[in-house]
Design a binder for this molecule. Structure first.
Ligand code: GLC
Length: 674
């Protein structure tokens, strides 16, 4: 279909303006979608979609509303049930092989494609074939794929304040996903994170809605292209997801999947800006949030998913549930299906029991609990998105233009982009002058993060939690230590690694201790408080030992959130936050060393997109709070040109009062078994 003739309505930027706050109307804007249903292109699309819809049986319509996990649904079952979509959940790869090759991904994508077309086509004529959509969590690059480029997680990207970089990362990520034959990423996460105890803090760009609203359309555009561009959802572009709608960053105590107790005005003004901007940018799917709002599960909240999202905002793509998220809304699975679909969920992402969900959904439709009109609306939305992605062209994944160059997965140009993102994300909190380092220096490196690419990447890589991986699982990637070796090589310097910090007899000009959080994802990362040393005291001991030996020290902190690190700040002469930088750890050395000419090569650029606590229980802590008193404020970040600077000697009293670090599993439970 020729996109060039599509009209894109210029959407007035009617944000949740204060004027609306005084009226009786809801605070939501009157329209956000850029697609004009009255435009001839859209009307042609509608006719095409209705033609396919009319050819589907009720059973096939129900099948289109089911998304099954690749470990649990074979191509033959996709054909038999006319399933509309498959996904590989976090840490799921073809045939359970985390080292699956690009060819393996393509072969399975072809198999699903062929089966779906056979299953959905008019059994008699073979016409009306409806391909399947394959979705994946490419949330910081195509990170489930062996050899792919893993970009910094969103918390580090937030520190760059570089929206152009976000767009470029979206473009690169889309190319890598498309090169493996997949169609759709469940990204970007547009949480506005208000309590850093939350295990998904690092998936958010910021605590500040403006950063999220600025980045959202850029990531969507990078992934999908712009609605009025010829390459919108064309070769090398993939579907984006505005997730998780809405409010997830403000659950009580930061508990994953908890309740958000805020006003509708706050929900709109503080938490919906990224979603609004994503919809304006033409995002084609929205993922419902696990959390509740004022005690009501979003997955069954008709007001939010239908009246607001599809009514007021005119979102014309489709809403996908989160992993089994629909099952959390009622004790009876069938009743849960009905409640979620009637509330506005169009596609059910099913973790394991997709057959049961299929039959439950079919029963609810046949009984009338779910009106046929609702089913037709859901399937029409799904088909419209499939039509926009040009899936109906019928080209098999392995024959698409985007897969001609397999080497795009983990391409050097993408790794250089990721390394640039690492450089721009680093935030310097303290420097007594020990940085930048000379390239002829004798450097000792220590800490459990110095040579650990898996730790650098955090959650959502070859495994869901990001654990159980080693450097060999990230070919062509670089650890932070690798970057140091590269920086001193040929310049008369040395870099010696002792993860445990035992440098007996080693003299050195500087000791660099790289430490931080072990990888986690979702609720597994929920914490009761923000004290780092309460969970790991070794880095502090190493820093103190080096200091006692008169060796200047630098701390490099790998973390998915701001944490209370007063003891470590006191023990280090310089302190750099590297967040979760991904596979291109060498970017850290790029900034920590002088250039080859001895001058500053790359200065620090990163600025905190989250406020930094001065107390382990100081959360929520957000710019604009009454009595706002962070250790380092939102927007803080030192530069070399600022000269030596630091917070002085800090109080090291650990006021956690022995509270356990980890939270007990929340009532909602982990979002899915892995
Ligand atoms: C998870 C996450 C969601 C992800 C989905 C599929 O539970 O909440 O962000 O896209 O399942 O892996």
């Amino acid at each position: 279909m020729d996109n060039s003739i599509r009209a894109v309505t210029t959407v007035k930027d009617e944000a949740c303006s204060p004027a609306r706050m005084r009226g009786t109307v809801t605070p939501w804007p009157s329209r956000a979608s850029p697609f004009d249903p009255a435009h001839p292109y859209e009307q042609g699309l509608a006719r095409t979609v209705d033609g396919y819809l009319r050819a589907l049986s009720v059973e096939q319509k129900v099948g289109q509303m089911i998304q099954a996990e690749i470990a649990n649904a074979t191509p033959a079952e996709v054909s038999e049930f006319a399933l509309g979509s498959v996904l590989n959940g976090g840490g799921s790869q073809p045939h359970g092989n985390k080292h699956a090759s690009v060819e393996d991904w393509l072969a399975l994508a072809d198999a699903y494609h062929d089966a779906a077309c056979a299953g959905s086509a008019d059994r008699g004529t073979g016409s009306n074939a409806i391909p399947v959509l394959w979705g994946t969590d490419a949330v910081h690059g195509h990170s489930n794929v062996y050899g792919a480029t893993v970009f910094p997680h969103n918390i580090g990207l937030g520190a760059t304040r570089d929206a152009d970089l976000i767009d470029a990362i979206g473009v690169a990520t889309a190319k890598e996903v498309a090169a493996t034959g997949l169609d759709w990423t469940f990204a970007p996460t547009l949480a506005v994170v208000r309590d850093d105890r939350w295990g998904r803090t690092y998936e958010g760009y910021s605590e500040h809605p403006d950063v999220v609203a600025e980045y959202a359309p850029r990531m969507v555009k990078g992934l999908q292209g712009a609605p009025d561009d010829d390459d919108f959802l064309g070769p090398g572009r993939i579907l984006a997801t505005s997730k998780h709608f809405v409010g997830e960053g403000q659950t009580t105590d930061g508990r994953d999947q908890g309740d958000v107790d805020c006003s509708e005005q706050t929900l709109c003004d503080l938490h919906a800006g990224g979603h609004l901007a994503a919809i304006r940018a033409g995002v084609q799917t929205v993922m419902a949030a696990y959390n509740s709002w004022q005690g009501s599960k979003v997955h069954s909240n008709r007001y939010l998913l239908t009246d607001v999202l599809k009514g007021a905002l005119r979102f014309d793509g489709f809403v996908v549930s989160d992993w089994d998220g629909f099952l959390q809304v009622a004790a009876d699975p069938g009743d849960a299906c009905a409640r979620s679909v009637n509330a506005g969920v169009d596609m059910l992402m099913v973790g394991v029991e997709w057959r049961r969900t299929y039959h439950d959904l079919l029963h609810q439709v046949r009984s009338g609990a779910i009106p046929m009109a609702r089913v037709d609306d859901a399937v029409r939305r799904i088909l419209r998105v499939k039509a926009r992605t040009k899936l109906f062209s019928g080209v098999r994944p392995s024959e698409r233009p985007a897969v001609r160059d397999r080497s795009v997965v983990g391409a050097p140009s993408h790794r250089e982009l990721a390394r640039r993102a690492v450089r721009s994300s680093l935030v310097m909190l303290k420097n007594d002058g020990v940085l930048p380092l000379r390239r002829d220096a004798r450097v000792l490196l220590a800490g459990n993060g110095a040579d650990n690419i898996g730790k650098q990447c955090g959650g959502w890589t070859l495994t869901w939690q990001g654990t159980g991986n080693d450097n060999a699982d990230f070919p062509k990637g670089s650890s932070i230590f690798d970057g140091f070796v590269e920086a001193v090589a040929g310049n008369g310097g040395t870099a010696v690694l002792r993860a445990d910090g035992c440098f007996d007899g080693q003299s050195a000009d500087v000791g660099v201790v790289v430490f931080g959080e072990d990888p986690y994802a979702e609720g597994d990362g929920d914490r009761n408080h923000l004290s780092y040393s309460a969970q790991d005291s070794e880095p502090l001991a190493i820093l103190r030992t080096l200091k006692e030996r008169g060796i200047p020290t630098v701390a490099v902190f790998l973390t998915g959130r701001p944490m209370w690190v007063n003891p470590e700040l006191n023990a280090a002469d310089a302190f750099v936050v590297a967040w979760l930088p991904g596979t291109e750890g060498a970017g850290v050395a790029d900034v920590m060393f002088r250039g080859p000419d001895g001058d500053v090569g790359h200065d620090f650029r990163g600025k905190l997109s989250f406020s930094w606590p001065g107390h382990p229980l100081q959360t929520p802590l957000n710019l604009g709070d009454t009595g706002y008193s962070p250790l380092f404020p939102y927007g803080f970040g030192l530069r070399y040109r600022d000269g030596a600077d630091g917070p002085g000697v800090l109080d090291e009293t650990d006021a956690t009062h022995g509270r356990p670090v980890r939270c007990e599993p929340s009532a909602a439970g982990s979002s899915y078994p892995r």
